[in-house]
Design a protein around this ligand. Structure first.
Ligand SMILES: [Zn+2]
Length: 372
């Protein structure tokens, strides 16, 4: 069969072709719809549909009719005859019914087995995305991939205090050892792939620095607040980290300001890491800090970016995740005094104000007591 990609590249817009090609190079199973492709690439729906039809005509994909629940999950063909979605339990009322959709599929076994997955959430996202992720992992790999959800409690202002941060890192290191031993005992292999968000990315980076016995497989960082000049190279070269994907977001405000509040943090969640040779990057210009886990976006993020990154064989990882427009490295950190200092200066300012007011009150009281 002749290579259809040169013809396709000449016929459709660059981003559309790049997105499809990346998914193809990743190997493994694939299921695309015109709508998901158009949304992802900002291409007109008709163009995305035409490209998928061309790929099907070239024998690269097989078209199959199906249905999608309003929750954006795919239903099995016979499921609209049942009264409710088996995933979100939505009852299909008139006006809120599954819509018919054509799925363009490739049936290939996953090319790398995902052993088990450790998820580390951010400060404000304790729950549902991790369940949704477990669902995607199970449906992609055809068997349930164990997902361990690491919990460190809900947001407290204490997370911004250095002592509490060290405590959280120590706790993660201890828990990691326990979970790892359990996974080994259950025959899942010792190294998990890790998916971390926001403060979870920082915790992971600090735990890797704090304890040299921690070893992980592939790492996905979303809404990352790890310093862009973080030293991944020695960790990767020592084999303690297999590969890293930083999924950056163009509108991630929290990633851009974290450096002023949390020590050893920085805006890799919006500008990526300086080490473009070793760290793989994906970029969504219109995503903000937690949009990856949005119910409507998560399936697409997993299908096109995270899934391929986890399942592609080792020597193809970079091809699976095409480079996108990120600010040029290197990152220049703000002056040392400002880094992680806003909170301390704020506290100091409050203390000085309180002392000043107390002084004023004492002096005024003293003045009033003087004999006239
Ligand atoms: Zn549903």
């Amino acid at each position: 069969m002749t290579d259809p990609w040169p013809v396709i590249a000449g016929r459709y817009s660059g981003r559309l072709v790049e997105s499809c090609r990346g998914a193809f190079l990743a190997g493994g199973p694939l299921s695309l719809t015109a709508e998901s492709l158009a949304t992802r690439t900002n291409a007109p729906l008709t163009e995305a549909a035409a490209l998928l039809a061309d790929l099907a005509a070239a024998g690269l994909l097989q078209a199959r009719a199906g249905f999608v629940c309003p929750c954006e999950r795919r239903l099995e063909l016979d499921e609209p005859s049942t009264p409710a979605c088996s995933e979100c339990e939505r009852v299909f009322a008139p006006g809120d019914e599954p819509r018919p959709e054509t799925f363009f599929e490739r049936h290939e076994p996953p090319t790398r087995d995902v052993p088990w997955v450790l998820t580390l959430h951010g400060m404000n996202t304790t729950g549902s995305w991790q369940e949704s992720l477990a669902w995607h992992l199970a449906t992609t790999y055809g068997h349930s991939v164990p997902v361990f959800v690491y919990k460190y409690g809900v947001v407290r202002p204490g997370v911004l205090v250095r002592f509490r941060q060290r405590q959280l890192v120590r706790h993660l290191v201890q828990r990691f050892r326990v979970i790892q031993a359990r996974a080994l005992g259950a025959g899942f292999g010792g190294r998990p792939d890790v998916i971390a968000h926001s403060f979870g990315t920082w915790l992971l980076a600090q735990a890797l620095l704090a304890d040299s016995s921690i070893e992980v497989g592939r790492v996905i960082l979303a809404g990352s607040i790890v310093r862009p000049d973080f030293g991944w190279a020695p960790l990767i070269e020592a084999g303690r980290v297999e590969a890293v994907l930083c999924h950056a977001a163009g509108r991630d405000v929290w990633a851009s300001v974290a450096v002023y509040f949390i020590p050893e943090s920085g805006p890799s969640g919006c500008r990526g890491f300086d080490d473009r040779a070793r760290i793989h990057h994906a970029f969504d210009a219109d995503f903000s800090h937690s949009d990856f886990f949005d119910e409507a976006r998560m399936p697409d993020v997993f299908e096109h970016t995270w899934g391929p990154f986890l399942s592609v064989p080792g020597d193809h990882v970079s091809a699976a995740v095409p480079a996108r427009a990120l600010p040029e490295p290197p990152w220049r950190p703000p002056p040392r005094l400002l880094r992680a200092g806003l909170l301390r200066y704020g506290a100091l300012g409050l203390l000085l104000t309180a002392l000043g007011l107390l002084g004023l009150w004492l002096v005024s009281g003293f003045v009033c007591c003087l004999p006239a």
